[in-house]
Unconditional design. Structure first.
Length: 225
């Protein structure tokens, strides 16, 4: 039952950013441009600049301050990657009657000539598939930096979706959006790109009933003349 997708995504991003920062091939592939006609810079210079920007952000902020759960406050150090749950809903398409996933039995006690009677305890696993929408925002003063962070987040989430499966996630799907934050709360942030992560997982708990209903309780007997 206890599954906090924000914390699991944050853990995955922190590990993946460290790997990305040390992989020049992936950095070039992620920031590579198809356009070669711009006069402002060459692609080689662009790639070097993007590498330096990303590494500088990681070094200056520290990963623990760069990626966090919740929106940044007024005194937050930008750039910042926010992780927030935007909503969750039960998946009715796979719901079962009573949400019963399975039943099993457990023998309790022993049958002896002088001891207490044994009983059968019933275990009923109940659960449902749950769809959670997590929004990952890229906050920065400059729009270019926000775009860089957004590209990094999207690259990592797409590449490492499989890591979430080990935590019990059944399916992951991604989509893009963005919003303009409150100017009073965040006067220096004009626009925040958003990567929406839809996570499907199963919530399960066990209901126990002792003695099990509709079961025969065996009691030791005594014989005499």
């Amino acid at each position: 039952m206890l599954f906090v997708p924000e914390l699991k995504i944050r853990e995955m991003l922190l590990e993946a950013i460290i790997e990305l920062a040390g992989d020049e091939f992936r950095l070039d592939e992620m920031f590579g441009r198809a356009d070669t006609s711009l006069d402002v810079t060459t692609e080689g210079t662009w790639l070097l600049d993007m590498r330096e920007i990303l590494l500088d952000v990681i070094g200056a902020q520290g990963l623990s301050r760069l990626v966090g759960v919740g929106y940044p406050g007024q005194d937050a150090h930008l750039p910042y990657i926010s992780i927030v749950t935007a909503g969750a809903v039960e998946d009715d398409s796979v719901a079962t009657m009573g949400n019963v996933l399975g039943r099993s039995g457990e023998a309790v006690g022993e049958l002896t000539a002088t001891g207490p009677s044994g009983t059968l305890r019933e275990h009923v696993a109940i659960g449902t598939d749950w769809n959670t929408n997590v929004q990952i925002g890229s906050w920065a003063v400059a729009g270019e930096m926000a775009a860089v962070l957004h590209s990094v987040v999207k690259h990592l989430m797409f590449r490492h979706k499989g890591r979430l499966h080990t935590a019990g996630v059944l399916d992951v799907s991604l989509s893009d959006s963005g919003f303009e934050p409150d100017r009073q709360m965040h006067p220096h942030t004009a626009y925040v790109p958003i990567l929406s992560v839809r996570i499907s997982h199963t919530m399960v708990q066990t209901r126990r009933e002792d003695p099990a209903p509709f079961k025969v309780t065996a009691c030791p007997g005594a014989f005499g003349n």
